[in-house]
Design a protein around this ligand. Sequence first.
Ligand code: PEP
Ligand code: MG
Length: 572
Amino acid sequence: MARATIVGRPGSPGVGIGRALWVAAAEPAPPPRPGAADRDAAAERERLRAALAAAAGELTALAGEATGRAGEDVGAIFEAQALFASDPGIVDPALAAIDAGATAEEAIDRVTAAQADALAAVDDEYFRERAADLRDVGRRVVDRLTGRERPPLHRADGSPAVLVADDLDPSVVVAIRPEMVTGIALAGGAPTGHAAIVARALGIPLVLGLGLEAGARLDGDDVAIDGSGGRLLVGPDERDLAALTPVAAPGSVAAAARDLPVEVAANVGSVREAEAAAAAGAEGIGLVRTELLFLGRSVPPGLEEQRSLYRRIAEALPGRRVVFRTLDIGGDKPAPYLATEPEMNPALGVRGIRASLAHPSLFETQLRALLEATPRETPWILLPMVATAEEVAAAREALARARDASARLGDPVATDVRLGVMIEVPSAALMADALAPVVDFFSIGTNDLVQYTLAADRTNAALADLASPLQPSVMRLVRSVVEAARAHGRHVSVCGEAAADPLAAALFVGLGVDELSVAPGSIAGLRGTLATLDVERCRVAAEKACAARSAAEVRAIAETLVAEPAPVAGGG
Ligand code: PEP
Ligand code: MG
């Protein structure tokens, strides 16, 4: 689609930049199967009952996860949805429809649609929301009965996506991975709708009411959304992007930062996101996910292409710390040119630093590009998935080889480099005192640290309660990492999604981290939270959190630190 600005309404503040990913609405339940006339009504009733029970179980688990990630108000949405799945007002008419000849999927589809229509017809916001929730539950039960798959919520190549849809169910929004989705643009929706509430709670920028007639045609286009101004920009140029969020006046970033207990930096995966981070007033970039530049291609980017991309990212925040993470490829981010053997457990396989060390020339090219991108600056280079000090030593040797290779060819390279490690494998957290002397900084990746500490797949919604950054085990690991960093004067940042969660952020402040690094769209919200914190109380609370016996106890402790979020202005 040609360059355009489409005006809608604000839904959730922040700027989201990426390629549009069209999320089609779920199709209605399929028509009866041939021969359905002689199907056994008793068996259909049983199928329906089993699917309703399974949906109720999923929704109860989702409520727990949502409470953990987004707060009790959001959890309550799914608790209420779980009740729909056992409500006799829904179940009885659906069973009656089966007795009258419908299949289980037709019956639940028809009954939930009819009741949702009736609720939506009442001129009241509350009833309209209940209607949307009921439809969400109906679609979930039909999915279970038919094995229908929902469209993916992130781009196959892992590049930053802006989801475009007519509307999204709240249960879909809560399943979004914020590290892969920078924003949401809806043709319909309501600012007080549950989808918008969930997006605000998760810090995902959202615009709605765009009235897009053919949103599917945007699929794959470069877009940007302005969640506060309620606009979708198609094919934005650099000036459009710079204008999206008022650029902080000179000195105002420093002024905004002055009273905050930690630095607020941004996680980015592209030049555009780095520009958005600057526009949002990031004090630096705590994490450049360089692998996003490598995915979805049949050959890796060469030296020159990488060097120019890294330079442009660094130039978006001149004079500020920009931390480039080397390829975190492999695992769930496969790249065809790595030619890795299929793995039984990709999350435990040859990924991150392991893949880089296994492909020395790929690694050397990346390190050369990083050293050559800003030869007069001090590059900060971060190694992902480090488990041992030997890996750091091997990476240092690779860095020395890369520097020699550039020097031999006469290419100017940075002479002063900071080398750091992601702390995302429990082994690295436990060995932080041995790693601190051999690195310059730590960056705690809570997404993976939680996954590996609790042995709970970060993408498995059924394990979301378990996979919480508020687990006392995670708090203790973060505490020991900060202690090791302190003892050796090392900078320590948290760059996992938990850094944007007000409760977890308050505890990280109490544990003494130096920096929180979050998606550009979450910077303003995080600043708001940090401005209200009393650091001394956070310290006491963090100690209690480390001594707590459960994630629920940690949550209760953190809740005493964080004021209720102010309602988001705009919309309506
Ligand atoms: C993390 O694991 O917390 C992290 C920031 O890395 P990623 O989400 O890219 O795995
Ligand atoms: Mg990680």
